[in-house]
Design a protein around this ligand. Structure first.
Ligand code: IFM
Length: 482
């Protein structure tokens, strides 16, 4: 935990990017304004029973109208970079066919506004809001969706080009494929294991096609990236061969299903075998793997928590405590006898365990496997049920503690020789947390959902101090900063 003496040695390089991240559907609102079309998340969140408390992103944090105020907040925080995503249905309302000038103009103004105050735009092309007409045509299990993404990516890159510093093709394709089409706890809410595996491949293909389209337009003037939520999986019993094999299987589905095609140009043999009962992988066509392995400049890593698994050998019903919402269906295709077990706390309000040392391990492992590929932490943060105190402040000590320990873990990885270039806190502000609606708050800035006013939490003051000094401040000072 906190060790102020040690903190003085935890200095970050001068060019390290300090950012905050958001995503379009989670903050923008304005879902029917200026020609925006519906996305799968509009449909899903308006379907009774899908989202906690029946909430939706119709208004969210109203960023579409308050983006200038939000840039001013970012500037006061001292951010050097801001990670946001484009809403595809705002830019191309039907997902194919005509583009909507008003949609791209919104992002053009946002990017210019960031550049004016010296903040690097780090943009994600796809953070889950697929235009509904593309889902109606089959969604990610339909190969054509990858080509539609290529066309959309080329259009956006053509308009914003090198004004964007880092172009990220996809955010967390694991969630899009397995939660969207496997367990159904994310939009579009389908529960079809074969469709989920097909979606994995078509998302990988979209990364390759879209990444190449962006590269053709921006050349070396911007960086190309993808963001993966890599899973840190542990065995329930490290001496059990069954449990170690469960780790292997889950890591293949979650990590290597994306890392290997994107960075190495193949699908792992054990993944193909583990899922053979569900699919024969005939959706992989000649040339796909070459396309998918588009050279990237930096890999985005999202990290929150760990998972602990065991192979279920006659131990009663499998508990699917994998932290992404309840479903009778599994996100873990072909791994029906793998059980996610309750892990040791402490936990965040998501029920996710807090394990910063696993972040260091993950980064060191990536550094070993891909020594020439720089990394950025594109998301890390924690949900807590924050309260406004009598003094009018939000003393979110749990979040400050979480950020302190995880940023320290990043520093440990850098000291161990890993090339980590930046850190983005999730999230800049409270927002629509998907199936959990507005009930889970991840922001360092609090949103009052009645008035839509923004308020700094202690974690925001603490993060600003970190950026100012490039040294990790002790957690105790957070409530005293203003
Ligand atoms: O809110 C999400 C984000 O959209 C993607 N990564 C995980 C976050 C917290 O669940």
């Amino acid at each position: 935990m906190t060790n102020p003496g040690q903190d003085q040695t935890r200095e970050f390089p001068p060019d390290f990017e300090w950012g905050a991240a958001t995503a379009s559907y989670q903050i923008e609102g304005a879902v029917t304004e200026d020609g925006r079309g519906p996305s799968i998340w509009d449909t899903y969140s308006h379907t009774p029973g899908r989202v906690l408390n029946g909430e939706n992103g119709d208004i969210a944090a109203d960023h579409y109208h308050r983006w200038q105020e939000d840039i001013a907040l970012m500037s006061k925080l001292g951010l050097t970079a801001y990670r946001f995503s484009f809403a595809w249905p705002r830019i191309q309302p039907l997902g194919s066919g005509p583009f909507n000038p008003a949609g791209i103009d919104f992002y053009s103004r946002l990017v210019d506004g960031l550049l004016e105050v010296g903040i690097d735009p780090v943009a994600t092309l796809y953070h889950w809001d697929l235009p509904q007409p593309l889902e109606d045509a089959g969604g990610w299990p339909n190969r054509d969706t990858a080509y539609r993404f290529e066309e959309y990516a080329a259009h956006v890159a053509g308009r914003l080009g090198d004004r964007v510093k880092v172009w990220t093709t996809l955010n967390e394709p694991w969630c899009s494929a397995y939660l969207g089409y496997g367990s159904g706890v994310h939009a579009p809410g389908r529960t079809d294991p074969a469709a989920a595996m097909t979606a994995v491949h078509h998302l990988n293909l979209a990364h390759g096609l879209g990444g190449r389209a962006v590269r053709d337009i921006v050349g070396d003037r911007s960086q190309l990236s993808v963001t993966l939520n890599l899973h840190a999986i542990r065995p329930a019993d490290p001496s059990s061969a069954d449990d170690l094999d469960a780790v292997r299987q889950i890591e293949a589905l979650s990590n290597r299903a994306f890392l290997n095609p994107m960075l190495d140009g193949f699908y792992p043999q054990d993944l193909l075998e583990d899922t053979a009962k569900v699919t024969d992988w005939s959706f992989v066509r000649d040339g796909d793997l070459e396309t998918i392995k588009v050279p990237i400049d930096v890999l985005g890593v999202n990290y929150y928590s760990t998972g602990t698994v065991r192979r279920h050998v006659g131990r009663g019903p499998v508990v699917r405590a994998d932290g992404h919402g309840a479903s009778a269906w599994s996100a873990w295709i072909g791994a029906d006898d793998v059980e996610f077990i309750q892990q040791e706390g402490p936990y965040t309000a998501m029920g996710w365990n807090i394990a910063p040392e696993a972040l260091t391990k993950l980064l060191v492992g990536l550094g070993d496997a891909y020594p020439d590929l720089p990394l950025i932490i594109t998301e890390n943060g924690a949900a807590f049920h924050d309260d406004v105190s009598e003094d009018g402040r939000v003393h979110d000590a749990g979040r400050v503690d979480y950020l302190h320990s995880h940023i320290s873990a990043v520093h440990d990885a850098i000291k161990a020789g890993v090339d980590v270039r930046g850190y983005f806190v999730w999230s800049l502000m409270d927002n629509f947390e998907w199936g959990y609606g507005f009930d889970r708050r991840f922001g360092v800035i609090r949103i009052d959902y009645d008035t839509l006013e923004r308020h700094w939490k202690d974690s925001a003051f603490w993060y600003r101090e970190l950026i100012r000094t490039r040294t990790i401040p002790p957690v105790e000072i957070a409530p005293t900063l203003s």
